[in-house]
Design a protein around this ligand. Structure first.
Ligand code: AMP
Ligand code: GLY
Length: 441
């Protein structure tokens, strides 16, 4: 059987590896914007292409006639690549454009939750015209100056600005809100929630939902959660598939919300969502709220999830496509994982190390190396791109053990690179536990 993989980063390498492990022995045909050494090694054929050029992707797809396609990144999903492939008779693990609004429009998501009685949003309002005075009053009176401004379309993870972090006054917030309206016609203003974030990604086939382990991501560039936001510097998951700071009720509620959202999407759009549904949650003083939804695997979250997937990945994809996905149909090993991204020294501020060589040590059995923005040169050397270079995952019985494994490998990578030593350490994990405990005491 042939499988088409549309990839862009280390997430694509992790997906390819999970497909490759399948008893169905699929032949992987992959496309990505760079010559990714991981995809090259695992693919029957790997082609570098602009994955937003749907005509080119479709022509390749028709030539290889895959049983299904797996679409990794948000941009092609948001722009409707699944619609194009479905129309050519190729089922996709990725929702169609209309359903992918759960990620591409923050306003759609908030309205979906409201219309379908899913009580998990902060206080919010959507403005569609430049009502300067009303916007200012809303921020000051309704949100009491603690607010978040959300651009209502995909913006490479840079559309959200939070008061006290990216916006230092109400006027700056108003100005950004007006900018959003001018650019995309709508802006979401919402209450700034205080708590601890986590993600719960589920396989979804219509109203059938099977969950992956919960994950904690670290978006800030530097140790101690400082510096600018990035695509994610690293992640951890625990052996019990929950997180040390979450109660059973918290995780149960996140699972319930993902199920309610899958059902709401079916009712709203009149067709089945088939793909990964990524709930971005925050555990707050009195429960769990939704921060955002994504219509895909997270990156790095996929790097934690896929190496410990016990079920056959091709079988799971087939169940998503056929509608036979069972609630307990996706099994994971009882292992903790810690993923740390190796990035160029200048990431995310500059791309000065682009084209410089990087080399990796031998990877032990309890670790994984997934290549991201790295180019395999003809002479066999590996060259840095401008973005996250490679995800190193440690797999152990505890988060601490997994952290130690990941850190040891990361420390042996040579080149002008860095990583966050603190991700997954007891100190950082305990800090999350204390933060939430203090909020709830
Ligand atoms: P996004 O680009 O949607 O992933 O949002 C980026 C980040 O903004 C999230 O990971 C949160 O840290 C933060 N954020 C978004 N919405 C809220 C909110 N209502 N309250 C607090 N933080 C938020
Ligand atoms: N790790 C965050 C994301 O994939 O959006």
């Amino acid at each position: 059987m042939n499988v088409l993989l549309i990839a862009s980063s280390a997430r694509g390498h992790a997906i390819a590896e999970a497909l490759h492990r399948s008893g169905s022995r699929p032949k992987i045909f992959s496309v990505s914007p760079n010559r990714n050494p991981g995809l090259l090694a695992l693919s029957e054929e790997h082609i570098m292409m602009d994955i937003m050029d749907f005509d080119a992707v479709l022509a390749f797809a028709k030539r290889i006639a895959p049983e299904f396609a797996f679409i990794g990144p948000d941009d092609p999903i948001g722009a409707g690549l699944a619609d194009v492939l479905n129309a050519a008779g190729i089922p996709c693990i990725a929702p169609k454009k209309n359903l992918a609004r759960i990620e591409s429009s923050k306003g759609f998501t908030r309205e979906l939750l409201r219309t379908h009685g899913i009580d998990a949003s902060p206080k919010y309002h959507i403005f569609t015209s430049a009502l300067l005075k009303e916007i200012k009053t809303y921020i000051e009176d309704e949100l009491q100056g603690q607010y978040v401004v959300k651009y209502d379309a995909l913006k490479g993870g840079k559309g959200v600005k939070v008061s006290g972090e990216h916006l230092s006054s109400v006027d700056e917030g108003v100005a950004y809100a007006l900018e959003c309206i001018a650019e995309c016609g709508r802006v979401v203003l919402e209450e700034k929630l205080i708590g601890v974030e986590f993600s719960l990604i589920s396989f979804v086939s219509g109203t059938r939902v099977a969950d992956c382990p919960a994950i904690q991501d670290h978006k800030r560039a530097y140790a101690g959660d400082t510096g600018p936001n990035t695509g994610g510097m690293g992640t951890y998951s625990d052996a019990n598939h929950s997180l040390p700071f979450l109660s059973q009720a918290d995780l149960g509620r996140a699972k319930e919300i993902n199920r309610a959202v899958a059902t709401a999407l079916k009712q709203e759009c009149g067709e089945d969502y088939k793909g990964m549904l990524y709930g971005g949650f925050i555990a707050v003083r009195d429960g769990v709220r939704v921060i955002e939804y994504n219509a895909r695997f997270g990156d790095p979250e996929a790097l934690n999830i896929l190496p410990i997937l016990q079920s056959d990945f091709v079988d799971v994809c087939r169940a998503v496509i056929s509608g036979e996905l069972a609630d307990d149909g996706v099994q994971f090993q009882s292992k903790a994982t810690v993923c740390k991204y190796i990035t160029p020294l200048g990431y995310p501020e500059n791309k000065d190390q682009r084209g410089e060589a990087v080399s990796f040590p031998a990877i032990p059995a309890n670790a994984r190396l997934y290549y991201g923005d790295i180019e395999a040169a003809n002479d066999g050397s590996l060259l840095l791109g401008g973005s996250r270079a490679a995800g190193i995952v440690g797999i152990g019985s505890t988060i601490s053990e997994a952290e130690h494994i990941a850190n040891t490998v990361c420390a042996q990578v040579s080149g002008p690179v860095r990583f966050r030593e603190d991700i997954g350490t007891a100190e950082l994990v305990n800090h999350r536990i204390t933060t939430l405990k203090q909020l709830r005491d």
